[in-house]
Write a protein that binds this ligand. Structure first.
Ligand code: GLU
Length: 397
């Protein structure tokens, strides 16, 4: 994934005729903070990498996952700077991670690790320095523990040091659904620009966690699309006439509810080959490579996770005419609403959900439109266009 991030940056830099120094300045990571968190139950490697604060405080999630490693966190931190610049919000890029099997950890252990993370890194965090948020396997509950620990360690009570907090703790309306909503807006803008009628469009979703779930629910409600298959790490669930997300609430057990009405249960990797118009990749990075991309039947792929396609997959899909809506725009709804949460905290305000969604929608829609126009003008794909726009902005300050 780090290779892929570097490939994308290098290609965009070449197209922009950047000098080697300019390209290296984008590739370089400002700070690599590392620690070991020790709790009663174990020790865990932890990272907070800060890529760039040229356009604003470092910004990005913290993930809890057994496969977290330094290269992954470097790539994700770099992609955060690109993402914030591509959608033009005044934030930089960073990422954190803890090597932990969060799904099998007790609540007490998760709390101890969340607090341990802040004890280790609090001096690098702050409203104008670095503003972490949720990511894979972290949510408002974990962020609330971090905020509480941060207040204890630093005395800062603005709540603006973390985003993705619960509503009672200074969180923003609309944050939980924000990444999925942003993905829905990106698909809508893409469909509008390409005269695609979304009504009845067949969509499959790899990864039915928070992001995939809200995407599915909102895209069904607002675009009339039909979710014909979803997957998680244990299975692919197929329903030819579409799952109804209408009355569902998000929970970790939502896949069991969908399973009870599925026509067919397949293995997790089968999600790629289910017949569909649009494939939404909302699981983990590098889910699709040069080999398994051949199974994809969709004509449009949405990168709702960070880096789900590697460079060879991206090239192969482009080669056979499959369009890709790139991660740095498609999944930016989360960080955009995080930025709006940070703004509300700093101003001591709390906006209603319609206000938050409106502001996010405008930022997302104009980022998609700018990338589409750039792609047309330069004869490049949307991903290259988004990276070119981001690199120009990162190079300006
Ligand atoms: N973890 C999300 C991402 O990868 C959100 C980051 C944020 O809100 O700062 O974009």
């Amino acid at each position: 994934m780090l290779d892929h991030a570097h490939d994308m940056i290098t290609r965009a830099a070449e197209k922009l005729n950047f000098t080697k120094e300019q390209t290296d300045a984008v590739l370089e990571i400002d700070n690599l903070h590392k620690a070991t968190i020790t709790t009663d139950a174990g020790t865990y490697d932890a990272f907070r990498f800060q890529h760039s604060d040229k356009r604003g405080p470092y910004k990005g999630g913290i993930r809890f996952h057994p496969q977290v490693n330094e290269d992954e966190v470097k790539a994700l931190a770099t992609l955060m700077s690109i993402k914030a610049a591509a959608v033009d919000i005044p934030m930089g890029g960073g990422k954190g991670g803890v090597v932990i099997d969060a799904k099998n950890a007790s609540d007490e252990e998760l709390e101890a690790v969340a607090r341990g993370f802040v004890k280790e890194f609090h001096q690098h965090i702050g409203p104008d320095r670095d503003v972490p948020a949720p990511d894979v396997n972290t949510d408002a509950r974990i962020i609330d523990w971090m905020v509480d620990e941060y207040e204890k360690q630093s005395g800062d009570t603005t709540k603006a040091s973390f985003t993705g907090k619960s509503l009672d703790n200074g969180g923003s309306e609309g944050r939980a659904a924000a990444t999925g909503r942003g993905g829905m807006i990106a698909l809508r803008e893409y469909a509008r620009a390409n005269d695609i009628d979304t009504n009845g469009l067949k969509v499959t979703v790899q990864g039915i966690g928070n992001v995939g779930f809200y995407f599915a629910q909102l895209a069904q409600a607002e675009l009339g699309i039909k979710i014909v298959a979803v997957s998680n790490s244990s299975s692919t669930l197929v329903k030819a006439d579409g799952f109804d997300f209408g009355g569902l609430e998000f929970s970790r057990g939502v896949a069991d509810e969908l399973k009870s009405v599925a026509d067919e249960v397949l293995s997790p990797d089968d999600i790629l080959s289910v017949d569909t118009d649009v494939l939404v990749l909302a699981a983990l990075e590098d889910a699709v490579n040069g080999t398994n991309q051949a199974q994809i039947t969709a004509t449009t792929v949405v990168e709702l996770a960070n880096g789900p396609l590697d460079t060879s997959a991206l090239d192969a899909l482009e080669g056979r005419g499959v369009s890709v809506i790139p991660d740095v725009i498609a999944n930016a709804g989360g960080v955009i609403v995080s930025y709006l949460e940070w703004k509300q905290n700093k101003a001591g305000e709390h906006w209603d959900e319609a206000h938050v969604n409106d502001e996010m929608e405008q930022i997302m829609a104009s980022a998609m439109q700018a990338a589409a126009a750039r792609a047309d003008n330069e004869g490049v794909n949307l991903k290259q266009a988004a990276f070119m726009i981001a690199l120009e902005r990162l190079n300006q300050n």
